[in-house]
Design a protein around this ligand. Sequence first.
Ligand code: IMP
Length: 196
Amino acid sequence: MHSIIFASSNHHKMHEIQSILKQRIDIKSLKDLHDNQDIPEPYFTLEENALIKAKTIYDRYNQAVFSEDTGLFIDALHGEPGVKSARYALTKKSTLNNVDLVLDLLKNKTHRTAYFKTVICCILPQQTAYFTGYTFGHISSEIKGNSGFGYDGIFTPNTSDKTFAEMDLDSKNSFSHRRQAVDKFAVYLKNVKCID
Ligand code: IMP
């Protein structure tokens, strides 16, 4: 196999995944394919949403594909935003953006533990496989740092005193939820002889 489609248009995710896989396989994002059609994410687990994204694109192109779904699970919010991480503020009918809403909901809360979970779903002809990664940490009281994306500015991993947004890409990629899932995915691609 020479290339694989990444069922996403998120250039931050694409950049992180490419820099972890270091060009061992040619990845084409939906943007590269000029595909702007929305993919549904209607389910209650990352696994189900990752599967429907991968399956939708596999059926559209009949080519090897992988998708990725990530959520931030905050203990004091009973696991929210979780699977709703991308549209959290909309689901709460809030005028705040996702990050400001989380900070607002956690105002005055001292118990701020949280984790990121990434699920990758890969569909090759005749086989579907999943790869998972986690980062455990806590939500800071304010946004810190300018790198990264999404909730990076308010999430400090347990192994660091910096938020993900205060780290450079290589530091985040050295241990993140996405890194762990992509590492397992890379071993799989190697076993099925898609990369060296
Ligand atoms: P999705 O996986 O594209 O549905 O993204 C879920 C939400 O989590 C989006 O708001 C992303 O911006 C955010 N997100 C995904 N991965 C990360 C990450 O590594 N750091 C911070 N936020 C993330």
